[in-house]
Design a protein around this ligand. Structure first.
Ligand SMILES: [Zn+2]
Length: 119
């Protein structure tokens, strides 16, 4: 397995996500400013609802991006101190195919599925 290539892919993805979070932060703070500048009397309800929905989508995207960054950091830490490619839960190899498709994976497919089912 070409660890160096996976590491570069992780770092590039982390940078991309970092920019995404920064953009979303900028969007979120500007939409807050917009809504606070509006007078409550001539506020259009539909517009307000659209802004609220936009904010919710941005927040979800931001949360997802931050969760992914945390996952990438975890994978990079495992690369640095060894143990990359082993499942966090059961210690079994995660598998080269899975790591190629998802280099940030820290769980094997079975543990991941179990986690998604909520136990
Ligand atoms: Zn596992």
């Amino acid at each position: 397995m070409d660890l160096e290539a996976l590491k570069q892919a992780l770092i590039a993805e982390r940078e991309r996500l970092g920019r995404e979070v920064a953009d979303l932060d900028a969007d979120l703070s500007s939409s807050l400013e917009d809504s606070s500048e509006e007078s409550p009397y001539d506020q259009h309800l539909a517009e307000t609802a659209a802004v609220t929905l936009d904010r919710e989508i941005d927040l979800t995207l931001e949360e997802n991006a931050k969760a992914r960054i945390a996952q990438i950091d975890r994978a990079l830490a495992k690369m640095a101190k060894g143990g990359y490619g082993a499942c966090d839960k059961c210690g079994q190899p995660i598998g080269e195919d899975r790591l190629k498709a998802a280099p940030f994976a820290t769980l094997c497919i079975e543990c991941k599925r179990r986690e998604e089912r909520g136990r």
